[in-house]
Each structure stands twice: as structure tokens, then as C-alpha cells.
Design a protein around this ligand. Sequence first.
Ligand code: GLA
Length: 515
Amino acid sequence: MNVATRTILACTIALCTASTSALAQSSLNGYWDLRVPNPSGDGTFLDTYFQLQQNGDALSGQLIRWHHTTPIVGTVKKDSLHFATQPPASAPRWEQRPIVFDGTFANNHLTLSLQRGSHPVHAVAIRVTEEATQPPTPLPLPALHDVPDNGLARTPPMGWNSWNKFANKVDDASVRAMADAMVSSGMSKVGYVYINIDDTWELGRDAAGNILPNKKFPDMKALADYVHSKGLKIGIYSSPGPKTCAYYEGSFGHVQQDAATYAKWGIDYLKYDLCTDLDVYNDDAPTLQAIYQQMGDALQATHRPIVYSLCEYGRANVWTGWGEKSGGNLWRTTGDIEDNWQSMDKIGFSQIKIAPFVKPGHWNDPDMLEIGNGGMTADEYRTHMSLWSLLAAPLIAGNDLRTMTDETRSILMNTEIIAIDQDPRFQPVTEVSHDGDIEVLMRPLHDGSVAVGIFNRGQQASTGSFSRSSLPAGFKGKTLSVRDLWKHVDASINGDDFTTTVPMHGVVMLRIATR
Ligand code: GLA
């Protein structure tokens, strides 16, 4: 504890002890810890540290996480107080939303309410030391080398992940239910195989440093066995940082040990999310490569085939080489997707220029699917599925597989679209034309045919066309067969152009071959 902090704490104790209800000029001065049980009831706690400074009825201070501090501004009225964080534009993604606190002060305690996601949280804040506010000292990183290709993910991985729908509510029962539903819905028959647990499964570590699941996951090995018994594979999540993005236990200082634990449990896929590692190390390409290489090597040392999914939000142009060198089978190229048109459209169409940077075993990941989560229209979800397939993106569903409508099933299980995504000879998508709201993309396929997507990014139905002259040279003068991949009917190109009406935010997907 440094001298300044010690002084503030001593002063806080004195002032707090002197005050019981009415708030004196500086009663609230000091460092506080608001310890809140995680709302999912998993037996873990989330600590929110803040430092307050009271000046009459004005409050200022900062919320503290590692070395990120977010300014706090508020007011005091009699014995009640109100304050909110004011995140600067440079705040890490997971701290960009202001947090609003309301509360009272009595008997040396702050009783506060805040909104966490959709949950109102009421808890007591106590005076703390600054202990947990300091980022750990960086550990030495390994010298760089190329991690050998693990031979996995020859086509983009397909499966399901808990985050988009369940977030911190994921538990053993829901994972088993998703495995059941992946089989009973027929998804497993069309290629979906991974059932991936995202963040919030972690508790902490035992005395020997082994990672422990929290009470939502009583027996990880038994769960993996169950998922395997369905003919499926199971994935898990961690961070190279001390904490995950939801502030659960990360793998910092335990990389090899955690990889060995995953292998012991029977894990087949790891999503490794940068999160608080950014508080410990820089985010230049060589540093990120070393961080991810460490886990890449650790996974291979287990001798269990484990798909390695890098989650670093596209930092340091991961697709240009370091993602593959660190052993990654896929790497996130963007921030988090949300279940709305703006988010999906922005992410999806920004990916075309980096589509050539991938190859079998090493894929760009523009984030998981939102299909079926309710925030977009069926046409928008068809665009989502078509675009991800043209990009050769991983198809990781993010909805509740138990309650899918027929429409959602028809989108996620359109085998003619999945075949584009999973084409066995990867060739990248290119933009053929971009005229106002109409954007036409084309991707060559292994059998000499091409997939063509005519997208309408506008707010109303519009005419879109695709010109014969845009086809590769081998198509010249040939009779063409044209298949509409959403209507599942054969179509035709009359004359030089294929012209069609494309619904608002919708797509017409074609597969064109020579006869
Ligand atoms: C980050 C990732 C998400 C999800 C959450 C979990 O935001 O990008 O995909 O894994 O963390 O906390």
C-alpha cells in the first residue's frame, strides 16, 4: 500500500467512524469495494472498486479496474448519494457503458443499487485496500516461433456458442440441452458439431493452482462425456489475462496448467479472449503473437486435438500472419456482434477486403451468428447466413436451439448455403459491383461453379442485377445452370443479365455453373 493510499484509508476510517447518518463534508472520501454476487448464482463475486472524494454535496472520484480508471461524478443529498461513471472514448470495450449508482450511507457502509445488464443489483460497499486495483507484473513471454499446424478446421468450424443468447446464464443443464437440440433439430447432420461454453463458467483456483468451474458446472468431465456421447464436440473459453471479459478467472500465469486441465476434461475447442491481458501487456503484433503462441504450444503439448480460436477483436491485423503463426485455427477480426442490422451489416461487409488472408485451418472470424435471436428480420438473417458463408466464416450459432422457429431452422440448416461456407477448396469472395444499396459478391467454388450474392443494403426493396460478363473466363459462351439457393429452385439468366428484386436488407443467392 503506498503512503498516499494509506493516508486516505486512515482518514476514511476516522471520518466514517465519526459519522452515522448525515453526510459530513467529506464522509465518503476513500476507497470502496462493492462486492456483488454474480446474478447467475454461480457462487462467484464481482468486485467493483471505486475511490470517492466528497466536497460538500459534490462527489467526484474514479472507478478502478487494474490500471484503468474511469471518472465518477455525482451528488450527495442528506444521507443519500448518486453517482455515475463517465467512461472516456478510450475506455476498454467492456467499460464503455456508464454505470449509475444510487445509495445511502449509514453505519460506515454505503448501500448501493446499480443496474447490471438487465438486473438491478443492491449491495453494500465496504472500505478496502487498493490490493486488487493493481495489474499484475507482466510475466516473461516466450521467444517467437511458428506453432505447427494442428491439422484441424480444414473448413470453417461449425457449432454453437453460449454467449449471444445465454451470456452469464449458461450452465451444465443448458449446455446438455443444446447438445440434445443440436442432434434432434438435425443441425448435427448438416455439419454443426461444436457445443461451446463461453465466459462465466470459472470459479477460481485450488491450492495447487488448478482452475475450478463454478457451481453452474459441477462436473466438467461428465459434461464433456455427455456431449461426446451425442457424437458432438465440446468447447470452452478463457483469457490470457488475469480476468476474462466478464471478470472471471483467466489463465494468466497458468497457461500450461489450464491447457492440461482442458485436455483432461476432454475439451475439443478453446476460445481464448484477450480481455484484461491488455492491462498487462501491449497490443503490438509481436506481443500478441507471443501471448497466443504460449497457449497454442500448450494446447499442442496436451496431444489432444483442440481447435484454437483467438479472440482479440482484430487487433494488430491478426489476419496478416501472426494469428496463424501462434497456432490459431480462427481469429476474431472485429469487435462484438450485436443482434441488429447495423451491427451485422457493418461487420459483415467490412470483411470482404480481408477475405483473401485465410486458408484451410486458419480462418477469419467476424464473430458468432445471431440468427434466431429475434433482433433482425428473416431477410436480415438470410443476409447474415449468406454473407458469413461467402466469407468462409465459422458458422457458430448463438441462439436457443430448443426453441427455433421453422424459419430459423431453414436459415441455419440451408445445406445449399452451408455448402458455400464449407467448400472444400477455399477461394476468397470478391466484390463484383457496388451500385448504391446493391452489392454483388462472388466466390469461386471447387467444382468450377461460382456462388453469387446480390445484396440489398437499403431500406426498401430494390432491383439488383448480375451481369454475365462478371463470370470467370471459363463461363464465356457456355450454357449456364443457375440455382437460387434460398428459393431452392433452378433459375435462368436471360440475355446478358440476371435481374431480380431483392427485399430490403435481403439477398438473392445463386450458384452458377456451366452445363
Ligand atoms: C468478449 C468476446 C465475446 C464474449 C465475451 C465474454 O466480449 O468478444 O465474444 O466471449 O467477451 O465475456
